[in-house]
Design a protein around this ligand. Sequence first.
Ligand SMILES: Cc1ncc(COP(=O)(O)O)c(/C=C/C(=O)C(=O)O)c1O
Length: 348
Amino acid sequence: MYEGLLKQYQEYLPITEKTPQIALAEGNTPLIPLKNLSKELGINLYGKYEGLNPTGSFKDRGMVMAVAKAVEDGAKAIICASTGNTSAAAAAYATRAGIKAYVVIPDGKIAMGKLAQAIAYGADIISIPGNFDEALKAVRDIAETEAVALVNSVNPYRLEGQKTAAFEICEQLEKAPDVLAIPVGNAGNISAYWKGFKEWHEKKGTDLPRMHGFEAEGAAAIVKGEVIEEPETVATAIRIGNPASWKLAEAARDESNGYIDSVTDEEILNAYRKVAAQEGVFVEPGSAASLAGVIQHVENGRIKPGETVVTVFTGNGLKDPDTAINETDIKINKMSDLEDMRRHLREG
Ligand SMILES: Cc1ncc(COP(=O)(O)O)c(/C=C/C(=O)C(=O)O)c1O
């Protein structure tokens, strides 16, 4: 039976005989061939559906490693700032490990599905009037002086856990893709994937993909080369104006001859609707930034016809039901009554 990442990739992770084997069967997520979008875009496109992790986002990969190492080091509590998914994963794995989770979130800018999880898993939660970047500063200050382990992606164990997604993609494709497309918020995930692809290249001889990262236009610090003081985007997961792994992300872009570009909210919502309506895959808006970027890069030639592209869907669409209901043009009760539905069916 598949147990989880600490077991599955033990030899590639910083695991000692003292590391507790915590697990929620995280990882092992599907790589879904996107046949309709592949035809439309003229590429060989797959979606790495990280929304099927136990708490519904890729964060579980890094959190299982970071929490296990925190417990190994004697921590009785962990702390994080979050736009939502980090807090859900931190709370779940803290519970799994029998320790406390403390979470700081930006007031009013968190999708309800994520907040519901952190509450249900039993985290102690504080929301601050500022944005994610201010929340991250606050928890870093606290972790400096208090007996609590910081588990944001500045914690290297997070990137160790998250690199396993690159291993899985190479195993599933039986090669590395030409392009890996990924949303960029705090920039830990693009950095972790690149680390994973390089390790698999050294250990298994696979090629190295180009890394194509995508920020939301209203939060595009790396693209603009400056901190965005007031980041704004419908994709609240990546509403981050001062990425903690900025330099690592630029290294991933440059070493892989890739790109870090931005996508507008309109491009994000278009991709969000397309992948659900055309492929039956429901992702949260922040996750659709990667597909929005693939569409943009096919149009401007940065992705070539026929290339094999993996686009990372970092979170499940169920996390943020409000956007689905308010932003898609599929209105409920489009038909007036059951007779009307019967008529539609007859008319085909
Ligand atoms: C669905 C989803 N997609 C992409 C990202 C960006 O990843 P990074 O570039 O590694 O930050 C996030 C990040 C969320 C948080 O940072 C948090 O939860 O605090 C996310 O939840």
